[in-house]
Design a protein around this ligand. Structure first.
Ligand code: PEP
Ligand code: MG
Length: 795
């Protein structure tokens, strides 16, 4: 049987714990104590511990439980004094002294092994924590996973130690954006959290340090081990494992590579030199090369006199200023562009607060007596270099985000507005080594005719920003592009990824023609964007847009959409560790409805699951997630979540024409259950004193994207007030060919006759019942498919 040794600074405490343990162990457990230096003096003594271990030693082994600080040292010393043979079964256990002794004694009395009893001791705080949490009403009732102590781990406190594994599903690996989300999530817990890349056999790093986490270089398929020590360790590990496994809301597959034939070359004329790069944002431009006036401030390096504390304070203030600036830019970007892109700035915010980085800077200031700017410059440059040297091109590209943060803080420290002023000397083709997100966000569209970068890839955040501003951009042209003198004429054909330096007359004429044709096409599209659509035989077709954010909705308005035919609300729910609140949802829906009014918005209720599992819902392991808990099935499984969303929608339903649409409906019962939820949401709003919202008129329709719904469309049309055919899913389910799987792309084609026949029947069933029928899958945006859809009777 396993023996127990209680080591405490206090003789009385050790005896008290012995008494408790023996009582719990019904007198069957051998418990020895080593409390105090003697009966009256506080302290610990290795000799006494050695004696106690020998007293209870048996083939079953010995668990030694200690209280604080030197108790651990003394116990370790005692262990060293034991012979190898004696030491074999003796375990110094980091469990809490009182709870651990009681838990272990109970199990030992029942015949448990050393391993079982020590694990029970380590988990001994769980019951207390669970009870207190339940009383505090935080809703966490689930039991934590079984404890597993990572080798070599030294817990700081008598707390829980938990660990778990998660595989990185993201196509681009754990690059800076997901790393920033992990850091944010880890920071919400009281426990210390660390993480290692088991696949690449790295050491553990602090999960609150963005650089440390990003530089784990976790690629798609790599396994991370997440370990937490502290009062909420189980909760932390559970949440972080779920977050990593969810892919942080990013796609698991990369977008298609540009076609091979996008090779550089000028079809007409010659140039002094032609650079070939990656086409990143289409368009054609001809203009002088312009560079940003990049003035690096003179930096005072050594703190000749003055106090290090003052430098630390200056640095803090500068960081706060930059954090506010970033917040400001993020806000304007969020309003003008996609919400997803605004997350770039989350990465920069996390960098500004990286605890490990700050500690290194602090030490440089205090110990080496560097000025705040010199310390910051040196440490940040080291980090920039580490990113640049990373094996993954995605991480290499992140170096520029760090550089951006470095220079902004330097600017704030030395008093210049901005180290790299985004102003250009004149309008022209901007040449930069690499585009930073903040620079891209502040570019003046009128001034910047095109962008050419030496480094970077087509998917970098800054480039996505440039693309969304319609600025022709070619990236990855190499260092050579920076040798072009300012003012030199550049011809940029960003569709082909070509930059011609000093093009001759013929090349110039060609580029000018191409630019004119490009602009003319854009002008024509712009001029016609508000015209109503008619077929040649006079049928009026309503053209609405799919949107996933406020920015999408605004863009759709500007481009002439007649409303939002599908508002995918899941963007708001993904890539976070908790669902959005009712107020948060209502604010976003209101902004969208107001932006689109008087046109209507069809708000689709949450469509997660399948390829979009949110971290905070336990959808379980599914062999076929697309056939599992998805769409309205998830909403019905989480009624609180569902009603919260419905209340938020009802609250904005008077701000403009709003309709509600349920996704993935497979049966009439599901539609009815959804309507019951809507009624319940109305009742709740009435109860909360919001009668206007409770009685708001809203039509409720469904997406027809599951074959069973298509087959039963005539029945569903009795209740559903409109149909929208989701051709993306309908095709995958009719053809049994997963969307996004390139190997079955031929089958997963909405133009397959079987899909068209099913659609024709849905359209007919809807129209027979007098219900409007629309299409919201990608097919509706395919110019070649549109005549077929119209031929099927749509519109
Ligand atoms: C569809 O399935 O066609 C559709 C529009 O919905 P989603 O692509 O969001 O699944
Ligand atoms: Mg769908």
């Amino acid at each position: 049987m396993v023996g127990l040794v209680i080591v405490s600074h206090s003789h009385a405490l050790a005896e008290g714990v012995r008494e408790l343990a023996q009582q719990i162990g019904q007198g069957k457990v051998a418990v020895a104590t080593a409390g105090g230096l003697d009966e009256h003096t506080l302290g610990t003594n290795p000799e006494r511990i050695l004696k106690a271990i020998r007293e209870v030693r048996s083939p079953g082994g010995v668990i030694v439980l200690m209280d604080l600080g030197s108790a651990i040292l003394s116990a370790e010393m005692a262990l060293e004094w034991l012979s190898d043979q004696e030491r074999a079964g003796v375990l110094l256990c980091e469990a809490p002294l009182v709870e651990g002794a009681v838990a272990a004694a109970a199990l030992i009395a029942a015949g448990a092994s050393l391993q079982e009893a020590s694990e029970e001791a380590r988990a001994a705080l769980t019951a207390k924590q669970r009870q207190l949490r339940a009383e505090a009403g935080d809703g966490w009732k689930g039991g934590p996973p079984e404890p597993r102590v990572a080798p070599g781990h030294q817990p700081q406190r008598a707390d829980q130690v938990r660990s778990g594994q998660a595989v990185v599903p993201n196509a681009l690996g754990l690059h800076a954006r997901p790393a920033a989300q992990l850091v944010q999530a880890a920071s919400r817990f009281e426990s210390q959290v660390r993480v290692r890349n088991a696949t690449r056999d790295t050491d553990f790093v602090n999960a609150r340090s963005l650089n440390a986490v990003a530089l784990l270089e976790a690629r798609q398929g790599d396994e991370l081990v997440i370990e937490a020590v502290g009062p909420d360790a189980a909760h932390a590990v559970e949440a972080l494992v779920a977050l990593v496994s969810s892919g942080f809301g990013e796609p698991a597959a990369l977008p298609e590579a540009p076609p091979e034939d996008a090779a550089p070359g000028l079809p007409e004329g010659r140039a002094r030199r032609v650079f070939g790069g990656i086409p990143a944002s289409p368009g054609v431009a001809l203009g002088p090369a312009v560079y940003l006036r990049a003035e690096r401030p003179a930096i005072r390096r050594v703190l000749a006199e003055g106090r290090a504390e003052d430098e630390l304070e200056r640095l803090d203030k500068a960081r706060q200023t930059v954090a506010r600036d970033i917040e400001e830019v993020a806000r304007s970007v969020r309003m003008g562009l996609s919400a997803y892109l605004a997350e770039i700035f989350e990465v920069q915010r996390a960098l500004l607060n990286d605890p490990e980085l700050l500690e290194r800077v602090r030490r440089a200031i205090v110990e080496e007596r560097l000025t705040a700017e010199a310390a910051w410059d040196r440490e940040l440059t080291l980090v920039v270099n580490r990113y640049r040297e990373a094996a993954s091109p995605v991480l290499q590209a992140r170096g520029v985000d760090v550089e951006d943060v470095r220079d902004r803080v330097l600017g704030a420290l030395v008093g210049t507005e901005q180290v790299r002023a985004p102003q250009l000397p004149q309008a022209g083709v901007l040449v930069v080594y690499e585009l930073t997100p903040s620079l891209a966000a502040q570019l003046d569209r009128e001034q910047v005719q095109a962008i050419c970068t030496g480094a970077g890839g087509a998917t970098s955040h800054a480039v996505i920003l440039a693309r969304s501003m319609n600025i022709p951009t070619v990236v990855g042209l190499g260092q050579g592009i920076l040798t072009v003198a300012e003012g030199t004429l550049l011809g940029v054909d960003a569709r082909r990824g070509v930059v011609a330096v000093e093009p001759d007359d013929a090349a110039r004429a060609f580029l000018a023609r191409e630019r004119e044709a490009w602009l003319a096409r854009r002008r024509q599209e712009e001029a016609e964007r508000y015209l109503p659509a008619f077929t040649q035989d006079g049928r009026r077709i309503e053209v609405a847009a799919n949107a996933g954010s406020l920015a999408d909705a605004r863009t759709a308005q500007v481009l002439g959409a007649e409303g939002i035919g599908l508002l995918r609300t899941e963007l708001l729910f993904l890539g976070r560790s908790e669902p959005p609140t009712e107020d948060e949802q209502a604010a976003l829906y209101r902004a969208i409805v107001e932006a689109v009014a008087p046109n209507s918005v069809i708000i689709r209720t949450l469509d997660v699951g399948g390829d979009k599992p949110p971290a905070y819902l336990d959808l379980g392991q599914e062999a076929n997630p697309f056939l599992g808990l998805r769409g309205v099935r998830v909403s019905l499984a989480y009624p609180d979540l569902f009603r919260t969303q419905l209340r938020a929608i009802l609250r904005v339903a008077r701000a403009g024409p709003v309709r509600i649409m349920f996704p993935m409906v497979a049966t009439e019962q599901e539609l009815e259950a959804g309507l019951e939820m809507l009624q319940a949401a109305r009742d709740e709003l009435r109860g909360a004193g919001m009668p206007e919202a409770a009685d708001a008129p809203v039509q409720v329709g469904i997406m027809v994207e599951v074959p069973s719904a298509a087959v039963m469309a005539d029945r569903l049309a009795r209740t559903a007030e409109f149909f929208s055919i989701g051709t993306n899913d309908l095709t995958q389910y009719v053809m049994a060919a997963e969307r996004g799987n390139r190997r079955v792309a031929g089958l997963s084609d909405p133009l397959q006759p079987a899909v068209l026949r099913v659609m024709a029947e849905v359209i007919e069933a809807g129209h027979n019942a007098g219900r409007p029928v629309g299409v919201c899958g990608e097919m509706a945006g395919d110019v070649e498919a549109v005549p077929i859809l119209l031929g099927l009777g749509l519109g």
